[in-house]
Design a protein around this ligand. Sequence first.
Ligand code: MRU
Length: 358
Amino acid sequence: MKIEGKEYRTIWFDEKNQVVKIIDQTKLPHQFIIKDLKTVKDAINAIKVMEVRGAPLIGGTAAYGIVLAIMEKNDLSFIKKSSEDLAQSRPTAINLKWAIDRMMKKLSGVNNNELLKVALDEAKAICDEDVKFCENIGLNGLKIIEEIYKKKKDKVNILTHCNAGWLATINWGTATSPIYHAHKKGIPVNVWVDETRPRNQGANLTSYELNEEKIPNTIIADNTGGILMQRGEVDMCIVGTDRTLSTGDVCNKIGTYLKALAAHDNNVPFYVALPSSTIDWDIKDFKDIPIEERNSEELSHVEGLDKNNKVTKVLIYPKKSKAMNLAFDVTPAKYVTGLITEKGVCEASSEGLKSLFK
Ligand code: MRU
């Protein structure tokens, strides 16, 4: 995707300087800063403090984290300990565990002098595969947008929550990929972008990347979706996911569930876009999904540009108030119209998923 007309991925290996490069998402939208990750600790920290975020990008960063561990110390017990530390960096997105397991499986039995090359090739393969999968998600989701456009013959209004965009993946995004494809085909779209409190990934990241691709979008407060749906101003919702169970239950950014309830009440189709790396085939009961609880300072403090164009953080709550910051919720499969995957669109159910992923 493009930033100021220049094509970027969200993570890549810089061969010349032997470092991993990321776009520091904590600085967006006001500053575009490319940061070097030099050690596995840098990768762990980047995931924890959300310099990188979004399920597929967390997976890609973990894969490169293992590469960095090998570069630091080509020793199996250090690599194993590093993989365990990486796995602890954020609890909810299953892509983290998926990428680490895939890397460690690939490395098992490999000679020490081959480890770095094998790891680097696999981390690149994980990222390239994500790009391909997200592109296919876009092509599969495009068909749904085309159908709506054919009937409506007017601009398609799509609501999305959080950032399941280019910045959350390696390229294209999941929820945004059908939108990018529709825009490229000349279908007029307007995106309602949920602000997504408390970290404002919708406002700070989704709206930013849609602007860079010149896609019409409007930021709304998280509670505005309901009335827009009642007024007929939302044709469909598309969101991403951090972990989708084989039952079709969808774990995603806090607030997704309430949006799905409103969509259900108003007969608005509610789609979830995901690559297969986000499917958890093991957990059967959504109550067993680890839901991340983040620092309440993310709620009580807000960061923005002051009148001198300096980034400033301010307290917005009463000093004595407590706050609670659950980062994800679960939307039961019955509220999901369909899952848009790299292999096609299916019902949010074990039968639906099995029909695509044998
Ligand atoms: O806490 P975040 O910003 O990492 O949460 C991200 C989301 O909830 C996304 O919707 C999800 O990871 C899907 S990304 C394609």
